[in-house]
Design a protein around this ligand. Structure first.
Ligand SMILES: *[C@@H]1O[C@H](CO)[C@@H](O)[C@H](O)[C@H]1NC(C)=O
Ligand SMILES: *[C@@H]1O[C@H](CO)[C@@H](O)[C@H](O)[C@H]1NC(C)=O
Ligand SMILES: *[C@@H]1O[C@H](CO)[C@@H](O)[C@H](O)[C@H]1NC(C)=O
Ligand SMILES: *[C@@H]1O[C@H](CO)[C@@H](O)[C@H](O)[C@H]1NC(C)=O
Ligand SMILES: [Zn+2]
Length: 290
């Protein structure tokens, strides 16, 4: 019995290391080889770096920073059409570069390239960042690169080349109609490497209203997928996006690149290694008064 367990573990261990492509833990099975998060360092050494993302934010340890003023959002209200893509690891909406942000103590203007999502299983917890250990059902990453760069690869070579705006989702009783269009399009891209065009969408419709985008956390980190480049100025907003349980669960109809159900596509939290997390001035509403 013991020998069998050892052999079983050994087989699973081999399947963890010998994979050709990187994967999330939810994809690892004893009969399926892929490179799980703990071994992403084999795919790219940077994944073993000391400023990795995501992280757990301990609200009692964040420092208020008056320089973290509200952002200037350009083009967030404009309607556009964009490709919604099943990347094999997530779902991504490509964004026009006329969408830009500045302010918020960013040292430059940044242009949007895409947003994508990380989620759980059947509407359960699946965010990448956590707050005081709490995981949210889903997390959106709006990826921006410094104005002067042409690609994420180019921006990744600059320690502040990428600015990601992160939003947490929260389960709501009623459906969020603003997401109907995106969610009903998922059925056309259940297979990896497929895409569909979304017409008449704006970034504003997917995120909290502008007055609710003034409270946020800030730290320096990395991309949360290989090559894990340590080039990201992270902004995580306190205000959440509501979606019903059914809407959250709808993302499970997508398939990973290996054909399995796309669930729990998040990287586990990484050590802070002495990094400080800052908070925009104002009241920290998430923590109850102490
Ligand atoms: C692994 O085995 C399980 C259970 O036997 C099966 O359901 C699954 O499809 C297999 N996965 C792969 C990738 O072959
Ligand atoms: C969308 O899919 C089509 C057909 O496979 C492909 O030609 C096109 O390059 C894809 N577009 C994007 C943005 O991935
Ligand atoms: C901002 O967020 C608060 C708390 O989540 C909410 O009650 C309020 O309605 C929001 N305001 C707007 C304008 O969306
Ligand atoms: C992030 O790194 C930059 C460049 O090293 C530094 O100027 C900035 O203060 C850091 N920001 C935070 C939030 O630690
Ligand atoms: Zn992400």
């Amino acid at each position: 019995m013991l020998l069998r367990s050892v052999l079983f573990l050994f087989t699973c261990y081999v399947s963890l290391v010998s994979g050709a492509d990187w994967c999330y833990y939810s994809q690892v099975q004893c009969n399926h080889t892929c490179t799980a998060p703990v071994l992403w360092g084999l795919v790219s050494q940077t994944c073993n770096g000391r400023s990795q993302s995501p992280v757990n934010i301990v609200t009692s340890k964040v420092l208020p920073d008056e320089r973290l003023t509200p952002f200037h959002f350009t083009g967030y209200k404009e309607t556009f059409y964009g490709s919604l893509i099943n990347t094999g690891h997530s779902v991504q909406l490509n964004l026009p570069s006329s969408i830009q942000i500045k302010g918020g103590n960013l040292d430059d203007e940044y242009k949007a390239i895409q947003f994508h999502l990380h989620w759980g299983k059947d509407g359960g917890r699946g965010s990448e960042h956590t707050i005081d250990g709490e995981k949210f059902p889903m997390e959106m990453h709006i990826v921006h690169i410094k104005e002067g760069y042409d690609s994420l690869a180019e921006a990744s070579k600059d320690s502040t080349g990428v600015a990601v705006l992160g939003f947490f989702f929260q389960e709501s009783e009623s459906a969020n109609e603003k997401y109907d269009h995106l969610i009903s399009a998922l059925k056309y891209i259940s297979q990896p490497k497929t895409n569909v065009t979304l017409l008449g969408v704006s970034l504003d419709m997917f995120i909290p209203s502008e007055i609710n985008r003034t409270k946020y956390f800030r730290y320096n980190g990395s991309l949360t997928t290989p090559d894990c480049a340590e080039a990201v100025v992270w902004t995580l907003f306190e205000s959440t996006i509501p979606l019903s349980r059914n809407q959250l669960a709808a993302f499970n109809q997508l398939r990973f690149y290996d054909g399995q159900k796309m669930v729990n596509n998040y990287r586990p939290v990484q050590p802070l290694n002495g990094r400080q997390v800052y908070y925009s001035s104002g009241q920290l509403a998430l923590v109850s008064s102490v």
